[in-house]
Design a protein around this ligand. Structure first.
Ligand SMILES: Cc1cc2nc3c(=O)[nH]c(=O)nc-3n(C[C@H](O)[C@H](O)[C@H](O)COP(=O)(O)OP(=O)(O)OC[C@H]3O[C@@H](n4cnc5c(N)ncnc54)[C@H](O)[C@@H]3O)c2cc1C
Length: 96
């Protein structure tokens, strides 16, 4: 019989852990999430009228330099390429 494990939250941390444990085949996982969606603060949904992806808790950009992380996330979806430019201000000067 599989050991039951409760994972609290369906954000990335708990969801990745829950999936890894479930894929081991040794556990039965129950995920408890208080919000009405998965993804935690990274939750997004596609606006049906504009087709724009809405980041409900603020804009999120996926970054990694790790091959294993990149391979892992590509199991679940396709990424679109992008170029990012960070701009900030310090003492009223705009830097690029
Ligand atoms: C505005 C903003 C912008 C960000 N931009 C980036 C970015 O560009 N790139 C990036 O990599 N990261 C970004 N982050 C950080 C990223 O959102 C977090 O690192 C990530 O969401 C953390 O995941 P988590 O699973 O640890 O927690 P969370 O995303 O907070 O998920 C936790 C989940 O657990 C649930 N929960 C908590 N307690 C309970 C309970 N008792 N019972 C049931 N459910 C519970 C919550 O409802 C939530 O859904 C940003 C964060 C914010 C706020």
């Amino acid at each position: 019989m599989k050991t039951r494990i409760a994972c609290v939250g369906a954000g990335f941390a708990s969801a990745v852990l829950a999936r890894s444990l479930a894929e081991s085949g040794r556990y039965r996982i129950d995920v408890f999430e208080s919000r009405g969606h998965v993804g935690g603060n990274c939750h997004t949904s596609r606006d049906p009228h504009t087709n724009i992806m809405v980041h409900h808790y603020g804009p999120h950009i996926f970054n990694t330099s790790r091959r294993d992380v990149w391979d892992y996330v590509n199991r679940f979806g396709e990424f679109e390429g992008r170029q990012g430019f960070v701009r900030n201000t310090a003492e009223s000067a705009l830097s690029f």
